[in-house]
Structure formats: C-alpha cells, structure tokens
Write a protein that binds this ligand. Structure first.
Ligand SMILES: *Cc1c(COP(=O)(O)O)cnc(C)c1O
Length: 230
C-alpha cells in the first residue's frame, strides 16, 4: 500500500466503524501519531491529503514542523514538561496531555504572552497505571474547572491511553469510564467537553464505539517504529 492507499484505507475503516455504531460521518477524526517518522516520509502523507499529525516530543516535532508546509495542524500527545510549554504553545493547535494544575497555569501564562487561546485536553489515567501519564480520575473535575477559569486556555475534552489488553472487551470499560467522567463533568459543572481523544492502533474500534472523536494511530498507519532518531 502506498501512503495514499493507507490513508484512504484508514478513513474508510473509521467511516465504517462510525456508521456501524450509528454515529455521524466525520464525527471522529484520524490523528496520525507520527513520532519517529521522518519528515520526508510525512511529506508523502501530506501530498496524499493528510493535514493533521500528533507528535510526542517537542524537539522532534519542532524539527519536522520547520521543514513541512505551514497549513498543517499539529497535536501534542506526549508527556509535557513545564519547561517545554512555551514551545508547545507556539507549535501546537491542541495539547492532549495536560495532567496537572501547574501545567494548566503555565500554558495559560505562555499562551497569554503570545495572544493565543491554547486548546487542551485533560489526560486521565483511567486505570491508575503507575507507568502512565495522566491525572487520577478524581482530579479531573478540579483541573477542568480550573482550566475553565483561565482566560488563555480552552479545555475541549478528555484524553486517555487505555491499558494494553489483548481482549478488547476488557479495554472497553476504560473508555466507558472516560465517557462517563466527561458526561458527569458536563452535567455537574456546566462545561462543554466535546472532544474525547481515545483509541490507538490496537483498540481504536472499541474507542470509536464508545464515542471517541480523535483516534491516535501510529503503527497501523506507519508500520512498526524503529529506534527513535534525532
Ligand atoms: C505512539 C502513541 C500512539 C499511537 O500508538 P500505536 O499503537 O502505534 O497506534 C497513540 N497515543 C500516544 C499518546 C502515543 O504515544
């Protein structure tokens, strides 16, 4: 499959999955997780019509963004350190991985300095895995409310990385937890959280069935990742 066919294939899979669970066409989008994929290769996907990409590392993303066309939309999906927030705000349309008040405040400060309203998602560690980023589910309401009080941050939704379990039916409850948390936040705090960033190559279909609006696909689109190159 060439890049054009690979993209068409994924868009078709996503549309079929949306139709299969009675969701509107276009109500979830594909965010190619392009970490370790060199810009020359991304250019092929761009030529095939892809505009949005998700990156995990600031330095790597910065190098790619510098050499690729300016009409693209970049999402930050990796762990974010406070000392990288200024660069993240200058590079990314969405930051999916906000999991602390300190990060929210730093993003607000840096976004205010450049006159931007930074779109963010609150990353929730739904399974409480110690190896994962994300705030505990119990801290999400406080972060969403705090984020809403900041003038240069727009909290658009929630994000999670589910545990890797072979049996997808065992993964489903974790996506459901994120959706229930979102619904509860909307009901109890009068906030709007339309975006749910959940689902990767292994579990995207279940995530779409549960309401994902952004699936982050790496290996399924680009193949197995090699060593990270800098
Ligand atoms: C790498 C990555 C993905 C994509 O993972 P695949 O299993 O390769 O599809 C999705 N989300 C995050 C946060 C990632 O780091």
């Amino acid at each position: 499959m060439n890049e054009y066919e690979a993209l068409a294939h994924w868009h078709q899979l996503l549309e079929q999955a949306l139709a299969g669970c009675g969701r509107t066409s276009g109500s979830a989008r594909l965010i190619p997780a392009s970490k370790t994929v060199p810009p020359e290769r991304l250019r092929e996907y761009i030529n095939a019509g892809q505009r949005v990409f998700g990156e995990n590392r600031i330095q790597e993303a910065k190098a790619k963004i510098a050499v690729l066309p300016s009409h693209l939309e970049w999402h930050f999906i990796g762990g974010l350190q406070r000392n990288k927030v200024r660069e993240a705000v200058s590079l990314f349309e969405y930051i999916h991985s906000v999991d602390s008040l300190a990060l929210l405040q730093e993003i607000d400060k840096r976004a205010a300095a450049v006159g931007k309203i930074q779109k963010v998602l609150i990353e929730v560690n739904v399974a409480g895995e110690s190896s994962k980023h994300g705030c505990p589910a119990g801290e999400a309401p406080g972060l969403v409310v705090a984020g809403n009080g900041l003038s240069h941050v727009a909290v658009c939704g929630l994000m999670t990385v589910a545990p890797f379990l072979e049996d997808l039916e065992k993964v489903r409850p974790f996506f459901r937890m994120l959706v229930e948390l979102r619904d509860k936040l909307q009901d109890e705090h009068g906030v709007l959280l339309p975006e749910l960033s959940m689902g990767m190559t292994h579990d995207w279909k279940v995530a779409v069935e549960e309401g994902s609006t952004m699936i982050r696909i790496g290996t399924g689109l680009f193949g197995m990742r090699g060593e990270i190159s800098h």
